[in-house]
Design a protein. Sequence first.
Length: 239
Amino acid sequence: MVREDGVVVTLVMYERVGFEGRRPSPFSWRIRFALAHKGADVDYKPTRFADVGRIEKLSGQKFVPIVVDGSTVVHDSWNIARYLEEKYPDRPPLFGDEAAVAATRLINLWADNTLNPLVRLLISADFIRCLVPEDRAYFRSSREKAFGRTLEAAYADRAETLPQFEAACLPLERLFAEQEFIGGRAPRYGDYIVFSVFQWARLGCPHDIVPPGSQLACWRTRMTALFDGLADRFPAYPS
């Protein structure tokens, strides 16, 4: 496949696209950073939030990101990262040895099951505006079903949710007082997993959920600057 810039690529990544070209999916951000880490050439295919038919046809399930590599289709960000590690063994590692993979899997599960639910409660009432108008009803109905309340009611409980989020982030604050990245001296996939949660909030909400001047904020700044400012290449919250 020849990309628009003339580069021949074999990898194609399908990801969510939001209002005016926004990239709202934290799971896609993990893979964007993983691909940049590996220096892989890729053709990105934006897909609307509620347009699941195209993804189902390709992968047999409803969620993005998915990566297509010739006849191989890989879905789920964790599986994609493992695939990229195997495909590019001679490039900078995303994980390391088997023990590092196991430790990163714990980070993945912690981010998905502890950080993500709290951030979803904190930002969803604002985040809906980052989606194209025709996707907002789908987002509202699906999220309100999961929350058991309206987006506005979830937002009204922000004063209760934010301290829970800050408590969940305390290990990160202490870690970044000791080292620059979760991966140590340089970022690894564990950093991309956790950063994706903060990138989701950073682009999808006008309120900063990270205390200014904190070690966590400093790490987020370091992550934002990676790969020539990859995290700042798409629009943020609507003005």
